[in-house]
Design a protein around this ligand. Sequence first.
Ligand SMILES: C[C@H](O)[C@H](O)[C@H]1CNC2=NC(N)=NC(=O)C2=N1
Length: 109
Amino acid sequence: MPEPLSAERIRSALPMVAPFRVDDDVDGSALVADFLAPDWRTAIELVRVVAAAAELADHHPDIDVRWRTVRFRVTTHSVGAVTDLDVSLAAQIVDAARRLGVRPAGDRS
Ligand SMILES: C[C@H](O)[C@H](O)[C@H]1CNC2=NC(N)=NC(=O)C2=N1
């Protein structure tokens, strides 16, 4: 069973998985990030690539698609907390987005 990460461990991991942030909602603690794709087709392609990686890792994000915006929420449901599995999945999502030219939402650089 994966171990919940301490707040300190999560804080130190966040720069490696920017733009993910900590979100404590009614369903528990999670890492959340919003991405804005250039078009809907690319948004769906990002979901497809992340879904394949999630299957390989047997660790699955919550995904919310609204036209070109995709929100990923990663948490370890069986533990009810953020674990190393979530940091690893968040890193894969960031990498997939970068390769597909999908920017973090709100990124104007
Ligand atoms: C048996 C299998 O490993 C588990 O059901 C996995 C599948 N994917 C999962 N994904 C996430 N995010 N949390 C889990 O607890 C989880 N459990």
